[in-house]
Write a protein that binds this ligand. Structure first.
Ligand SMILES: [Zn+2]
Length: 258
């Protein structure tokens, strides 16, 4: 029994309980991977492994294509979570012919779009370091992003936030994932900046995203999304309107400057 057999054996069992090997979790820069179709129905296509990030944590699902050995391609217009843990549903364009179980495919991202989403997602982490206060919500979209902060009054200075944010981006700080145990997270409640989204515990460990500065951490919080490796990769951004969304809720809108 070689390593190939072991691997296939493991993947089959993962797939049987509705789990997909999440390639993006360890390598956000993987643009494609080979995979096998586990199932396909009106909701979408399930694979044994994937580079496609499913909608979650304020980041939209990926788009792209599944390429077949015949040269045909199935356009993927969205990706969402299934019912099982780590189950990913690839939503095919309407009218697509669905592949049968066992079909070998190459799952290929619309990388330009995903990279923009990674840049903006990482930018929102940097924004957390610039603006004090709990985060009450947020959303990444293609080319834009927003975060809501629980801060009183009109204490937010748009120009100062833009300057602070762009300085941290340009400084080229490293960005990396880290894992901690459920117990460690419970002992450090200050790590959770979002009031509305509790990180998923119960699996024994939680994925953190760390932005490391020369004098310590710039940001460290639970996150399962995809990020760039260095803040400089985000590029310059502009702050749009700061909107009032309730008595203490301020929404900061961000867009890429170029
Ligand atoms: Zn994140």
């Amino acid at each position: 029994m070689g390593p190939g057999f072991c691997r296939d054996d493991t993947v089959l069992r993962l797939a049987d309980i509705g789990m997909t090997e999440l390639v993006f979790r360890d390598d956000a820069y993987a643009r494609s991977c080979t995979a096998r179709v586990v199932g396909a129905d009106e909701r979408g296509i399930r694979l044994d492994r994937t580079v496609f990030y499913p909608t979650g944590g304020g980041q939209p699902g990926d788009t792209g294509a599944l390429r077949l050995a015949s040269g045909a391609a199935i356009a993927i217009v969205d990706t969402c979570k299934g019912e099982g843990p780590d189950e990913v549903i690839h939503v095919a364009a309407p009218g697509s012919a669905l592949p049968g179980p066992g079909t070998e495919v190459t799952a290929e991202l619309d990388w330009d779009r995903r990279h923009r989403l990674m840049r903006m997602h990482t930018c929102l982490h940097v924004l957390c370091a610039v603006v004090p206060g709990a985060v009450t919500g947020g959303q990444v979209s293609d080319g834009r992003g927003r975060l809501d902060f629980d801060v009183p009054g009109s204490s937010l200075d748009r120009e100062a936030i833009a300057a602070g944010l762009n300085a941290l981006i340009a400084a080229g700080h490293g960005v990396r994932p880290r894992w901690i145990s459920d117990e460690e997270l419970e002992a450090r409640p200050e790590l959770v900046r979002t009031m509305s989204v509790k990180p998923p515990t119960g699996a024994g460990r939680v994925r953190l995203l760390e932005i490391a500065g020369p004098d310590g951490q710039i940001d460290l919080q639970p996150c399962g999304g995809t990020h760039v490796k260095n803040t400089a990769e985000i590029g310059p951004v502009t702050i749009g309107k700061i909107e009032n969304k309730g008595r203490q809720n301020r929404r900061i809108n961000i867009a890429f400057a170029v």
